[in-house]
Design a protein. Structure first.
Length: 138
């Protein structure tokens, strides 16, 4: 893209809203959220192949995503069980695991630089506070 905003390259062209782009650590993929289905799902766009994969064909909204440092996993929040909780999934699709199940909203997860921990926000004491857990949920 030029400094005047010309010569941009469009990556998606859909009537739905595409949002929250995140480059993969290797720079070969872009993960984003979209409401292309009746809810918000996470998609991975493979830049070289020009192919698109939906990671979360689940009821509910899957949002606030982040890549693991090695690019093999994604962490995200989902309200698929009626409450926002933290999940991980393989970046290639599948192997979804719920890391937190609580009656409180647990949101905006972020991997640590080492990939060993995940920081997130929780309302478990009635106020938005920061927490950290191991990336395996234990």
């Amino acid at each position: 893209m030029d400094s005047d905003g010309n010569n941009t390259i469009g990556l998606t062209d859909d009537s739905a809203m595409d949002s929250n782009p995140q480059w993969s650590p290797d720079g070969e993929r872009i993960m984003f959220t979209s409401n292309r289905t009746s809810d918000w799902d996470i998609y991975v766009l493979y830049l070289e192949k020009d192919s698109l994969v939906n990671l979360n064909l689940s009821p509910g909204d899957d949002l606030k995503l982040d890549w693991s440092p090695d690019g093999d996993w994604v962490v995200f929040q989902s309200d698929r069980n009626g409450n926002n909780d933290i999940y991980i999934a393989a970046a290639e699709g599948g192997n979804q695991q719920q890391l937190i199940e609580s009656p409180f909203a647990d949101i905006t997860p972020q991997w640590s630089p080492t990939g060993e921990q995940i920081a997130f926000v929780s309302y478990r004491n009635g106020n938005a506070e920061l927490y950290v857990m191991n990336s395996n949920g234990r």
